[in-house]
Design a binder for this molecule. Sequence first.
Ligand SMILES: CC(C)(COP(=O)(O)OP(=O)(O)OC[C@H]1O[C@@H](n2cnc3c(N)ncnc32)[C@H](O)[C@@H]1OP(=O)(O)O)[C@@H](O)C(=O)NCCC(=O)NCCS
Length: 173
Amino acid sequence: MKHKSTLFLKELNKNMVTKEYVSWLNDHETMRYTEQRFLKHDMMTVKNYVNNIKRSKTEFLFGIFINHLEKKIHIGNIKLGPINKYHKNAYISFFIGNKRFLNMGYGTNAIKEVLIIAKKKYKLNKIYAGAYSLNKQSIKILKKNKFVLEGNFKKAVKFNEKYINHFIFGKIL
Ligand SMILES: CC(C)(COP(=O)(O)OP(=O)(O)OC[C@H]1O[C@@H](n2cnc3c(N)ncnc32)[C@H](O)[C@@H]1OP(=O)(O)O)[C@@H](O)C(=O)NCCC(=O)NCCS
């Protein structure tokens, strides 16, 4: 099923951290292909993290919000940064934490929106995203946004006691 709601990105501040958001970061299934899986998060660590990024000049953390049953709800995050201001490039990373809204096109659209911000607001010309080779969903949404595979780091990350490849995707804006 494809999404019915319009998505929007909103820069997060510490007052927007909820118990639900903290639980996404502790969800081993959601975080299985990210380095977050090694960390234990709580309200304080997440508020501190969000606050530090809010004060940073090179990293920008956006909540992915949708209008659902007349309410604006937070379903995941997408981060732009670190930005290299000289080279005008940046990394992005993202997740949909609320599993009810997976596979509805929101991940694809969140990337589309953050690319517009990267180009229009921050005047960037190159965006990178990393993905474990097994992360089919992430690879799919990067390709749908016309990212291309630029780097294949062989057996670079350990996943379930096996070493697997780490991909770097890139897109010129
Ligand atoms: C990657 C992620 C953000 C995708 O979000 P999403 O909102 O479900 O993405 P979309 O609905 O836009 O697209 C998902 C695509 O993956 C496909 N897909 C889903 N499961 C799949 C699987 N097991 N194998 C292959 N493709 C799969 C879907 O069919 C869909 O493609 P389609 O639109 O052509 O049908 C989400 O899966 C997630 O949060 N994963 C965990 C966090 C993560 O790994 N983040 C990336 C690391 S930086």
